[in-house]
Design a protein around this ligand. Structure first.
Ligand code: ADP
Ligand code: MG
Length: 682
């Protein structure tokens, strides 16, 4: 590759020391520097007093009329005042704490001042003053880029250096997008767009430059993603299963309920993958309570009928137990041998379970991460499901794919992912969505109350329990922490136990020994305990249909996704259910979360609002998200572009010409480079 690959040292005025400082910003090559875009612009386009907007930034060129006067306030504070004639209008200019300017502000000399404009008093508070003709020449009339810098580097040095780099090497920027796409979307050439992103003359120019580069960034990303997926599909031959469809159908027919249309559809999608030679890499998303477990059971059975073992991996022990208990009766009845494998089993139990998996004596293994730790061998693993997959890191995901003879993998999640994120973070997967709840479900009535009415909340819990239902009370912490002033599970447990007696109350928290956790959970499931005080260990997947009340203490401390998950624990058995958020939020975001929760029970809508409140990076936790850190694109505001770019990339990869024509040389090289260096791609 040409000049852009060269080190920054080749730019005039950049020595070893500067190069080192630039490296700290991740800038090594000239190309890196040219792509270090500003995060905002300061507007130095000239205006006139009559046109400038009150309370906004304005820049004037004028001539000083008379001396400026200075006043000191204490040791460090000063105020310069002067009169400036701007195209025949006299305005007042004030400089705070810039006494050093006094000797330079000479009457009769043209200067440029920029700052906040007060239209009523015809007064400008200057934060930038340009005195030398050179400086005026360089800055005035443009939008000045402002960059993130590091110690030792000033914004103005960086600005000059980037400008110089464009002069010296700008010609080396080649076009990389196919001509037909540039034409279709009327995108400006690459070199022009890169330059104008740094040095736009006006807002519209800057917008057009950004539009071009956003498209390019998203297009390249999608191209990479789709290419990766193609390669994966070509390289990995999946298992072509044939199974007894009649047996499968009669399994479905004898379920205690008919499948919803959405469930039927996703089952078909998964079964189609089963019988195809391509390896399945599918995300199954469905809101809490949409019935993913039964879909898992059906597919595990189909896989069993085809003669393969299956595995189901979940993030917590409790959930593993729970899944085991709900899958066992369904699958056991049709002869599937189910075992569980968790981290807490004794060495002997584990050995036994491992042996059964290895010898093929177990057909389905349900377990925690222990499942992917070393030493677990399957005789003929054909299908792996992970539940609540967003809790598994990218690394664990790929470990899983390496198990067995290229098993098909289904990732289930109850955290609905807005479409934008689904195709960006999981763009290399197929996505199935259960978008309806089983019939007859009532939305969970949700209230937000202040902690002052706690007694009424307890009364409400009592009434529900007396009528035979059960309640959860979720607390954010398990130990007293005076500092944060959070309710803690212990004291809530103690006071509720007293207040509600003789109603039985149980306590569950993350630091309990596993055996105890299980005991508590089982007695809650069996309705021996009517109220469960818990920290967030119940968050994912727990299923106690008789529970009708979910009280969340200090609810503003939880994220939206988590609140939605918690709420999903009730209303699972039909009948009315209530969620009470107890919170005295201190932040605007906290208030907004409470508002969202009381306004909607639609997981996708909540996910969308969550994304808006938090931004995509934070959505799943950056590390696990797999969401790339885009340089210019913003997934929230640019999602339409992402979709368009995805369609374009798909179309291009489907064209034979793409693999031959000279027009696509650069893009082919890009994909080659990407393939050789996939470290950043899992
Ligand atoms: P999730 O998608 O949150 O994992 P589950 O699979 O735990 O949801 O299902 C929630 C509840 O709905 C369970 O009690 C399950 O038996 C029930 N259920 C699942 N599918 C249906 C259906 N088609 N009709 C009625 N109830 C269903
Ligand atoms: Mg589930």
């Amino acid at each position: 590759m040409g000049d852009l690959q060269r080190k920054v040292n080749d730019i005039e005025g950049v020595g070893a020391k500067r190069a080192e400082e630039l490296a700290r910003l991740g800038i090594h090559s000239i190309g890196d520097l040219l792509a270090h875009y500003p995060y905002r612009y300061d507007d130095y386009r000239l205006s006139k007093p009559a046109e400038a907007v009150h309370e906004e930034k304005a820049t004037f060129r004028g001539v000083l009329y008379g001396e400026v006067s200075n006043r000191w306030y204490g040791k460090n504070k000063s105020r310069l005042t002067g009169r400036l004639e701007v195209e025949g209008v006299f305005i007042q200019v004030i400089w705070f704490n810039q006494a050093f300017l006094k000797t330079k502000l000479i009457p009769g000399k043209p200067i440029v001042v920029s700052g906040k404009w007060d239209a009523h008093r015809l007064q400008l508070t200057a934060d930038r003053t340009m005195i030398s003709p050179d400086e005026q020449e360089q800055q005035v009339g443009r939008l000045e880029p402002v960059y993130s810098v590091t110690e030792g580097l000033s914004v103005s040095w960086l600005r000059k250096t980037i400008y110089r780099a464009f002069v010296q090497f700008g010609k080396a920027i080649e076009e990389i997008l196919p001509h037909e796409l540039l034409k279709e979307y009327r995108l400006m050439p690459r070199s022009k767009a890169m330059y104008l992103l740094h040095f736009p003359k006006g807002k519209e120019e800057g917008r057009q430059a950004r539009r071009r580069m956003v498209y390019e960034e998203l297009f390249l990303y999608e191209l990479k993603l789709l290419w990766h997926r193609r390669r994966q599909k070509q390289e990995e031959q999946g298992i072509v299963r044939s199974f007894d469809r009649e047996k499968l159908q009669s399994f479905i027919d004898q379920l205690p309920f008919p499948l919803t249309i959405a469930q039927e559809r996703v089952v078909q999608e998964i079964l189609t993958d089963f019988s195809s030679h391509e390896r399945m890499n599918r995300l199954l998303q469905g809101d809490v309570g949409s019935g993913k477990t039964v879909v898992a059971a059906i597919c595990l059975y189909a896989n069993y009928l085809a003669g393969f073992q299956g595995a189901m991996m979940v993030p917590t022990e409790i959930l593993a137990e729970q899944h085991f208990r709900s899958l066992e009766p369904l699958l056991g009845a049709v002869g599937v041998r189910l075992i569980s494998l968790t981290g807490r089993m004794t060495a002997k139990e584990k050995r036994e379970a491992l042996g059964q998996a290895q010898m093929g004596l177990a057909d389905v293994v349900v377990g925690t991460h222990a499942l992917i730790q070393d030493g677990v061998e399957f005789r003929s693993l054909g299908f792996v499901i992970t539940d609540e997959q967003h809790r598994f890191g990218v690394k664990q995901r790929s470990l899983l794919r390496e198990k067995g003879e290229a098993p098909d993998v289904l990732y289930m999640t109850a955290t609905p992912i807005p479409r934008t994120l689904a195709i960006s973070a999981y763009g290399d997967m197929d996505v199935s969505t259960i978008d309806e709840l089983p019939a007859g479900r009532l939305p969970v009535e949700t209230y937000w109350v202040k902690s002052g009415v706690w007694e009424r909340v307890v009364e409400f819990i009592r009434k529900q329990c007396v009528s035979g239902r059960q309640a959860y009370v979720i607390c954010p912490l398990i130990e007293e922490s005076e500092k944060m002033d959070l309710a803690n599970a212990y004291s809530v447990f103690e006071s509720i136990t007293q207040e509600l007696a003789p109603i039985r109350v149980g306590l569950l928290h993350g630091k309990m020994p596993s055996g105890e956790k299980d005991e508590v959970m089982k007695s809650f499931e069996a309705n021996e305990v009517q109220v469960l005080i818990s920290t967030t260990v119940v968050e994912v997947g727990v299923n106690v249909p008789n529970a009708s009340v979910m009280v969340i203490y200090d609810a503003d401390r939880f994220g939206l996704a988590q609140l939605h998950q918690l709420r999903g624990r009730v209303g699972r058995g039909g009948g009315a259910a209530t969620c009470i958020l107890v919170a005295d939020p201190r932040s605007e975001t906290g208030v907004e979360r409470m508002r969202v929760m009381t306004e909607t029970t639609d997981g996708f809508e909540i996910a969308r609002r969550d994304l808006e409140l938090r931004g995509p990076g934070d959505y799943f936790g950056v590390k696990q998200s797999g969401i790339p850190d885009f340089k210019i694109a913003d997934l929230i505001t640019d999602f339409k572009v992402l979709e368009v770019a995805r369609a374009d990339a798909t179309r291009l990869l489907n064209q034979e010409a793409f693999y031959e024509a000279p027009a696509y040389t650069w893009l082919r090289g890009y994909l080659d480079r990407f393939e050789k260096n996939q470290a950043n791609f899992d």
